[in-house]
Write a protein that binds this ligand. Structure first.
Ligand code: ADP
Length: 599
């Protein structure tokens, strides 16, 4: 069911229980009592002082009364600040929990969403409701608190005023309702004309900029545009002023009506009070009590209406957030498939078609190939041919739009992604390191020290790391830890490879993580890596053909899909696109190397 204002409010209240913060209800209640009492005590202060002046009670009695009121008022203020402090902490905790919810959702949603710009935009606007304490989710709790405080004061003042004349309560209520309606009308009119105002302003600004920007100076002279631009500027300025004055006129008219209602309310109230005083039905101190009660009562009524409007605004913002949480599709939890991968993992693409979500163009069209268990395969070709896309499909991050991928003969669609992904070690092009220790970067939070060190040794980082004061336990990223270190591009890349080695999955994939290196360095890293993953199915992606010629088999792709397949020697003998590209690239890289040597 879609969220509405009421459902959103109820969900927020339920969140208090879920977070085990039920004490919040009691705090809301007691805070409303102490906060609601404060303005009531203030009006009694004045009454007692005037009583003392006019009736001249005993000074002792006066002091006692004042003392009691002062103590009561101080107690309320202290309690209010304590309760509000605790409440603010609870509201913050509730919002933090929502943030955790968003992070969990982000990591468990289908990967399609992560690369989908539409999803990213929706997420960004939906989470605006929880990314600040002054709006949306958290502000709703604050609004609710303020509403309860006002309601309690309103009840007390209604009793005081009704005690004098019930008509007073109704007059105040009536004038507040009128003022709410007027404010709403003004806000609606503002909203309605906001678009016109923005439009007129942009047009005026455009011509304003054109007349004062030197860049237009030449054209305006050569093409005699001066008169035209000036005329346009004057027209647009007038249109802007017209919309603005419409707005102000409307505001003035409504405002005048509001003022008249307020005058009527005040006149009725004061006439009633003064008449009763003249008739000696009430004392002078009661006159001050009722007049200050009327003023405070109407002020609280208006605050209540402002808070109600604000509550609705914040609930509306939160509706989008709850809708987003409910409608985001999560990765399906499929039954665990206990396949035996010890004998190696084979991968087969059968009639695979693929296009990215919300796009029209197929990146892969009817793709067929098979990688045998423990085979070393190179996927090479031109930029944009779809090599990384194939890796994402093998990793189970996306599903084919049509066709199937088989892992050891089992359709990948039927495998639980979390279980399956335990099988894969990939170094993507955009790998990164984390603000954790070096060992944690390689082996995760619960790492096996010896195993992680041996992986670091295998990628050739042993000496560099052992020379650091804290060695393998050095924290990375200086921004987070002042004693931490930052790594060079090449070192980061080696660490990412060590991470893939540590994971020791049945399928290892290197997706051009070496783009920062030259062709020779890349070839050496690829070959070195091949030695380390001898018993695994390994896939090497590159657009540099020389890096992967050692592989058992090469799949050559261009914009039209898979073009050639075979060993390096086979493809060279065929003398087709692979051969030509190899020769051209060889020449290119040779020239680069010669240049480097000469420099
Ligand atoms: P390669 O790795 O061979 O350079 P890719 O697999 O990265 O090629 O990209 C293949 C095509 O898919 C390119 O045209 C690219 O623009 C497009 N593409 C890649 N990622 C996305 C995405 N997330 N959304 C839409 N199109 C994408």
């Amino acid at each position: 069911m879609k969220y509405g204002l009421w459902k959103t409010f109820i969900t927020q209240i339920k969140r208090i229980n879920e977070a085990k913060l039920s004490g919040t209800y009691l705090l809301y209640f007691v805070n409303a009592i102490v906060s609601g009492l404060i303005p009531v005590i203030s009006v009694f202060f004045i009454k007692i002082i005037v009583d003392e002046i006019t009736i001249s009670n005993s000074i002792e009695q006066f002091i006692w009364k004042m003392l009691i009121l002062i103590l009561l008022s101080a107690l309320c203020l202290v309690l209010k600040s304590i309760f509000e402090g605790i409440l603010a902490g609870n509201f913050f905790t509730l919002r933090q929990k929502e943030f955790e919810r968003v992070i969990r959702l982000y990591y468990s949603t289908k990967y399609d969403n992560i690369e989908d710009s539409l999803f990213q935009d929706t997420m960004e606007s939906a989470t605006k409701a929880v990314d600040g304490d002054d709006r949306g989710f958290q502000k709703t709790y604050t609004n609710f608190k303020l509403i309860l405080n006002s309601l309690f004061s309103i009840i007390l003042f209604s009793i005081i005023l009704a005690n004098f004349h019930i008509a007073l309560v109704f007059v105040c209520l009536f004038s507040t309702i009128i003022s709410i309606i007027i404010n709403k009308k003004i806000a609606d009119y503002h909203k309605k004309r906001q678009k016109d105002l923005g439009h007129a302003y942009r047009q005026k600004q455009y011509y304003n900029q054109t007349t004062s920007d030197f860049a237009y100076g030449k054209d305006i002279r050569i093409f005699s545009l001066k008169e035209f631009i000036m005329k346009k500027y004057q027209d647009k300025s007038l249109s802007y002023i017209k919309v603005l004055s419409d707005l102000l006129n409307k505001e003035f008219k409504y405002g005048l009506f509001g003022l008249i209602t307020l005058l009527i309310q005040d006149s009725v109230a004061y006439i009633l009070v003064i008449y009763s005083a003249i008739q000696k039905q009430i004392t002078l101190s009661e006159v001050t009590l009722y007049i200050s009660s009327i003023v405070t009562f109407t002020t609280i009524l208006r605050t209540l209406s402002d808070n109600m409007i604000d509550l609705i605004k914040n609930l509306k913002l939160t509706i989008g957030y709850f809708d987003f949480l409910d409608s985001t599709n999560l990765e399906e939890k499929l039954a665990f498939y206990n396949a035996d991968y010890h004998e190696g993992v084979s991968i087969e693409f059968r009639n695979v078609w693929f296009k990215y979500p919300n796009t029209e163009k197929y990146v892969l069209k009817d793709l067929n190939f098979k990688i045998n268990a423990k085979e070393k395969i190179a996927i090479v070709g031109t930029n944009g041919a779809g090599k990384t896309t194939i890796v994402k499909l093998i990793c189970g991050l996306f599903e084919p739009t049509r066709g199937q991928i088989f892992i050891n003969g089992i359709d990948l669609k039927t495998l639980d992604k979390k279980d399956y992904q335990k099988l894969i070690s990939t170094v993507f092009q955009d790998y990164d390191i984390y603000a954790l220790s070096i060992l944690e970067n390689v082996g995760g939070i619960k790492y096996d020290r010896q195993k992680a060190i041996s992986c670091i040794e295998n990628v050739g980082l042993k000496e560099t790391i052992e020379s650091l004061p804290k060695g393998y336990d050095t924290n990375l990223l200086k921004v987070i830890d002042e004693q931490g270190i930052d790594l060079s591009g090449g070192q980061k890349q080696k660490l990412a490879i060590a991470r893939a080695l540590y994971k020791n999955g049945g399928i290892v994939i290197l997706d051009e993580p070496t783009s920062a290196l030259d062709a020779l360095a890349e070839a050496s890293i690829y070959q070195q890596f091949a030695g380390l993953v001898e018993n695994k199915t390994a896939i090497y992606i590159s657009h540099r053909l020389s890096s992967t010629k050692f592989c058992d088999r090469i799949l050559f792709f261009n914009q039209n899909g898979l073009q050639e397949e075979g060993s390096h020697e086979d493809l060279m003998n065929q003398k087709q696109e692979y051969y030509h590209m190899f020769m051209v690239q060889g020449k290119y890289y040779q020239e680069r190397e010669d240049e480097d040597e000469n420099n």
